[in-house]
Write a protein that binds this ligand. Structure first.
Ligand code: NIG
Ligand code: FE
Length: 392
């Protein structure tokens, strides 16, 4: 996930042979059995039956196991310092989650050196890669000053091209909400836009209301950023409809949805990104993915990895939760964690195993993708191929 490094193997080809079940996440191809893949450099060059596979410079024997696309984790907050385990423990004893703890992480993040923030992001992205995540989006949002937000984004950009400006994460302690919104639409955005691909806003009671969120999103779009929204996490507010109206790539959380919200998602181009790690960690009701899928919305799954509401880096855990608690089939959940995440990032080159796509995939230590939900908590990622290079 880090910026591409010069790689002496980059132009070599790799045959991944003996794939028992190939889960392509591509609606046309679906699942293939007894398959093989050839990668050329950082792209997929050939997919077909194992018996018909051409030769390549190197060979990886999948031994009849399942192969899936690398996970696309389209929502994370990895630039932070400190942790909030005491807050988690209190929640498990009945305290509610209000988002107020964001300020605890803001205080720790402002105090931390660049090196410390970089080390945490490096540890977490490495942890993600080992668990099969080959693309991650990373937000700012724990700085909340012009200098701290722009340095968060510079550090995020060392690990991914999918960087998101979240200056409007919460109103800092002591600040006036409208003045802070003006800062987030003005000088802060100006300093951050060169380092960000996306802009996001926490549209929620106690954070930014519909008008404030609209102002930040509209200014960000003018600055050339794509849009995403933290929407309807704690209450059924205006976030989802605003996201769809403004053509955001994704409305994230979608925990509390009205019929009008579901209709808007079903009829718009905005992906509903569900974050079951947050419901798990905040003891909130899970959103009903079935309702969204049956209405015709596109669903993505992501970790929301952050030290407050969801401190997991595991997409497999999110898949298991989505299957058990959100009424998704294992195939739907895996598609949401790969192709769905790619759509939430408006990327056509990742999330599906098709010829021409990036050579990002994982070999499972299992015969079927179903094991991701069937064997929760078990490390099933045997080998990860990222940019055509295999790591075990
Ligand atoms: O996506 N809800 C807003 N932001 C994060 C939580 C941040 C925190 O609690 O530190 C989220 O859940
Ligand atoms: Fe989040």
């Amino acid at each position: 996930m880090s910026a591409p490094q010069p790689d002496e193997n980059a132009a070599t080809s790799l045959l991944i042979a003996n794939i028992g079940e190939l889960f392509t996440a591509d609606p046309e191809t679906g699942i293939m059995n007894d398959a093989a893949i050839v990668t050329e450099g950082d792209r997929i060059a050939w997919i077909g039956l194992n018996a018909e596979a051409p030769q390549a410079d190197a060979r990886l024997d999948a031994g009849g196991r399942a192969v899936i696309p690398g996970f696309v984790d389209s929502h994370s907050h990895l630039v932070f310092a400190g942790d909030r385990h005491a807050e988690f423990a209190a929640r498990m004893s009945g305290e509610p989650y209000t988002g107020g703890g964001i300020r605890t992480t803001v205080a720790a993040t402002r105090m931390a050196s660049d090196e410390r923030l970089r080390a945490t992001a490096a540890r977490l992205t490495a942890e993600m890669l080992r668990q099969g995540t080959t693309t991650v989006e990373i937000k700012s949002g724990y700085g909340l000053t012009v200098a701290d937000e722009s340095r968060s984004l510079r550090i995020a950009g060392e690990f991914t091209a999918e960087t998101t400006y979240l200056g409007a994460h919460t109103v800092p302690a002591g600040a006036d909400p409208d003045e802070y919104t003006a800062l987030a639409c003005g000088p802060m955005l100006e300093a951050c836009a060169p380092h960000a691909k996306w802009a996001d806003v926490f549209c929620e009671r106690g954070a930014f209301d519909g008008d404030q969120a609209r102002a930040v999103l509209t200014a960000s779009a003018k600055a050339g950023l794509g849009l995403r929204v933290h929407a309807n996490q704690l209450t059924a507010g205006p976030g989802v409809r605003l996201a769809v109206e403004l053509g955001a790539a994704s409305a994230d959380h979608c925990t509390h949805l009205t019929y009008a919200d579901v209709d808007a998602l079903a009829n718009g181009d905005t992906v509903a990104t569900l974050l079951p790690g947050a419901e798990f960690s905040t003891r909130s009701p899970y959103p009903d993915a079935r309702r969204l899928i049956d209405a015709g919305a596109t669903v993505a799954l992501a970790t929301d990895c952050n030290p407050g509401s969801s401190f997991t880096s595991s997409m497999a855990f999110c898949i298991a939760l989505a299957v058990r608690e959100m009424h998704m089939t294992p195939a739907e959940a895996l598609t949401a964690a790969t192709a769905g995440g790619a759509q939430a990032l408006r990327r056509a080159d990742i999330g599906r195993l098709v010829v021409g796509a990036r050579a990002d995939l994982a070999v499972l230590d299992a015969p079927s993708h179903v094991h991701l939900a069937y064997r929760p908590g078990t490390p099933l990622i045997e080998t990860v191929v990222h940019d055509g290079t295999a790591t075990r």
